[in-house]
Design a binder for this molecule. Sequence first.
Ligand SMILES: Nc1ncnc2c1ncn2[C@@H]1O[C@H](COP(=O)(O)OP(=O)(O)OP(=O)(O)O)[C@@H](O)[C@H]1O
Ligand SMILES: [Mg+2]
Length: 340
Amino acid sequence: MPAVRANHLYKVFGKRASQAVALLSDGRHRDTIKDLNVTAAVIDVSFEVQPGEIFVVMGLSGSGKSTLIRMLNGLLPPTAGTVEIDGTDITTLSRRALRALRGEKISMVFQHFALLPHRTVLENAAYGLEVRGVSRAERHERAAHALDLVGLGDWKDHLPNQLSGGMQQRVGLARALTADTDIILMDEAFSALDPLIRRDMQTQLLQLQAQIGTPEEILNHPADDYVARFTEDVDRSRVLTAASVMEPAPKAEAADWERVAPDAPVVELFQRVAACDSPLAVVDKEDRVIGAVSPTTILSALAMPEEASSAVPSLANGAPSSTGRSPRSGTSSPNPRSPS
Ligand SMILES: Nc1ncnc2c1ncn2[C@@H]1O[C@H](COP(=O)(O)OP(=O)(O)OP(=O)(O)O)[C@@H](O)[C@H]1O
Ligand SMILES: [Mg+2]
């Protein structure tokens, strides 16, 4: 299933927008509907973005890129057409559901930064997590880490207006990274950066991008050294689950063993496995045995994976890794007929 799907999207500004869409979808050129006094910003755009993919939309100034991207997260309602995020048509969602979706699934780096002027750089970077109700300590820790990544570690306590445009743009990037959502929408997110920093930021992003998967997969199979270092301090017993560490079970014997759910974190299995003479049986919803966990299973799972990253090519040159996730240009620009 595509992560994002735009389906015959239109955005027309002006009172007679619907009438304009009817004419445009009939094949009329935007120049021929000038008498309607509307601005047709996005005309019949359809595309799909698969998980792990970088999708780029290019177009001249005023061609509708910002308008299009704002429809993808529901900040602007389309005049016609639909947007699906993970299969859900977001054009039918209530405002509240949309806000929740933005909090959990989609972050956005705005063309004009959109920072909160009276909050510090750290609070701005942590904002997405604040909206989600993450504790102050945790959101500040994660925001501080993202600010380090974008080279603003020393600016946490400053206010946005004390920063240059490029620095403010990096706060916007840090805010999106901190939110750690599956989808990041970037509206010319690197435009205000000088070429050196821009390249550095793009490389950072590709590295994060190359690393997708569940937390368990990332811990066990980091895409490269950078990610491996990133996860070094993670308490593996809290991330790994029974299902991810279990071994094949001898079905007959396992029938009598104590049972655990596949999603039980390993940290909860320590005591239980120590208190039993036998291993634990991991069972599915229908109480069928799908695996076994013994003290040895747990110990070997908690050991760091061996140089899992060494086989993966370095990302130092900014190229995406061998996973084949390369930038792809849009098959349709926001407003193909409008180099105005
Ligand atoms: N809220 C609005 N009301 C009326 N017209 C608008 C509105 N927002 C955008 N437009 C118009 O829609 C068109 C597309 O604007 P948009 O900002 O999407 O372009 P863009 O491709 O992002 O340009 P740039 O590269 O300069 O950022 C422009 O003609 C603009 O004037
Ligand atoms: Mg724009």
